[in-house]
Design a protein around this ligand. Structure first.
Ligand SMILES: [Zn+2]
Ligand SMILES: [Zn+2]
Length: 287
């Protein structure tokens, strides 16, 4: 079972791995550059080498990267669309250099152009970027969203539709965020409802595409379409959804990553991971 959190790369990408060890993470998510800026500082050879060395020494697995929040591959406006594509391409290249398997991304917003137009625009951008990077092996990992504003990806059907329009489907994967899908109206608390939600995900997208799970509780109620993360157990989800997921054998191998606020000493992550690990029901040998 790989459990961990999003970690800061401030001072160098390898710092995320060092901090992860301190926070008792098995796996982490990182930004490969500052998430609120378009510019990306070149990765130095020294930084890259140390990134690999720290992973080897700590045993921490870098499960995925997350793209910048400025990128909108669904934008109807050509200048921002082009800028987003260029920037996303650079992020995929950085993931390639750092040997990160999945680049989690919020699919995009249609900003008034309509959902269908937005979804086509996103798929077209991904097709063009894949064409420009034929040898890159990092998957584009579409994240389920809460559906705030004109954000796309709040229905499993929308993610399936994007994948359907992408030519090289072997380079596509999906990230399920517990806070987002709950806010989007997929129930997770009651075991029966949880199973129905996962069944629907499997039917529409396919569980084999699920490569990352974001473990966030929600400050906002079910179906609110608001994306506000809360510490596991402290929000509208409570602990049951996490217990359901952690004991679902089909999802054993999918890394589970916290994206909740933390202080410098990382005690929130340490505490949350302790709580999550206590929810795992130990199976007797042979069962
Ligand atoms: Zn997330
Ligand atoms: Zn979120």
């Amino acid at each position: 079972m790989l459990l961990g959190a999003h970690m800061s790369i401030s001072g160098g990408v390898y710092n995320a791995v060092i901090a992860a060890k301190k926070a008792t993470c098995d796996a982490i998510q990182i930004f490969t550059k500052q998430s609120n800026q378009w510019r990306a500082k070149e990765l130095t050879d020294e930084e890259i080498d140390r990134f690999f060395k720290e992973q080897k020494e700590t045993g921490v697995k870098v499960a995925c990267a997350h793209d910048s929040y400025l990128i909108n591959l669904g934008s109807p406006e050509d200048a921002l669309y082009k800028k987003s594509m260029d920037s996303f391409k650079i992020e995929l290249e950085r993931c390639g250099t750092l040997k990160i398997q999945h680049l989690v991304m919020h699919p995009g917003s249609h900003v008034g152009s309509g959902e269908e137009a937005g979804l086509s625009r996103i798929a077209e951008a991904i097709n063009r970027i894949f064409e420009q990077l034929p040898d890159n092996r990092t998957t584009v990992c579409l994240e389920t969203t809460a559906g705030q504003g004109t954000n796309l990806g709040y229905r499993f059907e929308q993610l399936a539709q994007i994948i359907e329009m992408v030519e090289d489907k072997s380079r596509m994967s999906v990230c399920l965020d517990t806070c987002h899908i709950f806010a989007a109206g997929y129930p997770l608390r009651d075991p029966k409802e949880y199973r129905a939600t996962i069944r629907e995900f499997d039917r529409i997208i396919g569980l084999k595409r699920l490569k990352v799970i974001h473990f966030n509780d929600s400050k906002k109620p079910f179906g609110s379409k608001k994306d506000r993360h809360e510490h596991v157990g402290d929000g509208e989800l409570g602990l049951e959804p996490f217990r359901n997921i952690l004991n679902d054998r089909r999802l054993n191998r999918v890394p589970k990553i916290l994206e909740t606020p933390k202080s410098e000493d990382l005690h929130e992550d340490i505490e949350n991971l302790k709580i999550l690990r206590s929810l795992i029901v130990k199976k007797e040998a042979g069962s």
